[in-house]
Write a protein that binds this ligand. Structure first.
Ligand code: ZN
Length: 353
């Protein structure tokens, strides 16, 4: 109800899956399906033929973009690199766990680093591990500034970007990709266009998110729990996390089809936190099990959608959401993403998490 487009899409997917299963069944000799030898291999009776014809007709009515079974593509993009908040796992163990997971799936993520996290030598050592592993290292400002703060100016903000660049430049995998803290791209036209102009002149590309998530809310509740009860069963947190991420992925993918008529190469937002120290492997495995293809972050950023500059105010959030907001027809029914995280907190409270 809340997301009719998702329901519609799921309906199409179900029809496609049923059709595919049916075709597979009639093509599979009985000897394979029930162990008995088949005498009717390659033939079909009239009832089977009618059913097939009906299904073909149904399939022909499915819009082309969804009827094609091209896998959705998704890359992992991780924000902040706030290693000093490690709990439950040590900073070093968490770093190893995340890198090992990415490596085991043979993917290169993008890590958007807040420059001040490199002030201590431990931070530099941990980031060196990312550098050696070949992941993209991007700029997330030096001190995680909020562009929407009434006192923030374009000059102060862009100086903070340059300050981060100076500390990040020593890493081989640093590339000029910029992610806006809290995905806030300007609450006035002057700030929005001023920072966009600066980034273009400095040859930065914007490392947009396509799938916005509230993993930071879930991790903060998980952190409180393990602090008060270290032996707590964490599986319900894992399950909640996976459901949340899948729900958001479907929402933004459906919105992408609505706005652009296609599924973009997605960049999902996750943070460098306990949740991903523990469950990143489950997250990636879930997407694979659902038929999505994991791709490298740089490949995802090659999608033309990342060059879009929707003229909306306030600017920011998922690039897909920004484009939807700029579209007068779609924006009327657009649900504002749960940026405050309140909705997720309520859901978790209901489940006792
Ligand atoms: Zn951030």
């Amino acid at each position: 109800m809340r997301r009719p487009a998702v329901a519609l899409l799921q309906g199409y997917v179900q029809i496609t899956q049923t059709f595919t299963k049916f075709v597979t069944e009639i093509q599979t000799p009985l000897s394979q399906s029930d162990g008995r030898p088949s005498h009717s291999k390659g033939h079909m009776n009239r009832r089977t033929f009618s059913k097939l014809a009906a299904m073909s007709l149904l399939a022909s009515r499915i819009p082309k973009a969804t009827a094609r079974t091209k896998a959705r593509e998704i890359a992992i993009t991780m924000d902040d690199f706030n290693w000093q908040n490690a709990v439950y796992q040590s900073a070093s163990d968490r770093n190893k766990s995340i890198l090992k997971t990415l490596d085991s799936h043979s993917i290169k993520a993008a890590l958007f680093v807040v420059g001040r996290n490199l002030e201590r030598v431990e931070g530099k050592q941990l980031l060196t591990e990312w550098d050696k592993s070949g992941h993209l290292i991007g700029n997330h400002t030096y001190s995680h500034q909020n562009l929407h703060s009434p006192t923030m100016t374009v000059e102060e903000y862009t100086n903070d970007i340059l300050r981060a660049e100076r500390v990040l430049s020593e890493f081989k995998q640093f590339k000029k990709y910029f992610r806006f803290p809290a995905l806030r791209e300007g609450d006035t036209a002057a700030k929005r266009d001023g920072v966009r102009d600066f980034l273009a002149k400095a040859k930065y590309r914007i490392g947009h998110v396509t799938i916005d998530t509230d993993d930071w809310v879930i991790t903060s509740r998980l952190t409180e729990r393990v602090k008060s009860e270290p032996a707590a069963n964490l599986k319900p947190y894992r399950d909640f996390y996976l459901d949340h991420m899948w729900d958001r992925a479907q929402y933004y993918d459906s919105l992408s089809n609505q706005v652009l008529g296609r599924s973009v190469k997605h960049t999902i937002l996750v943070h460098y936190n306990l949740l991903n120290g523990l469950f990143l492997d489950d997250l990636i495995s879930m997407f694979k099990a659902k038929g999505w293809q994991l791709i490298d972050a740089e490949e995802a950023f090659s999608d033309p959608v990342f060059s879009e500059k929707p003229k909306v105010l306030p600017a920011g959030q998922s690039i897909i959401w920004g484009l939807a907001k700029a579209n007068p027809t779609i924006s009327r029914t657009l649900k504002y993403p749960a940026e405050t995280g309140d909705e997720v907190v309520e859901q978790m409270k209901k489940l006792g998490l």
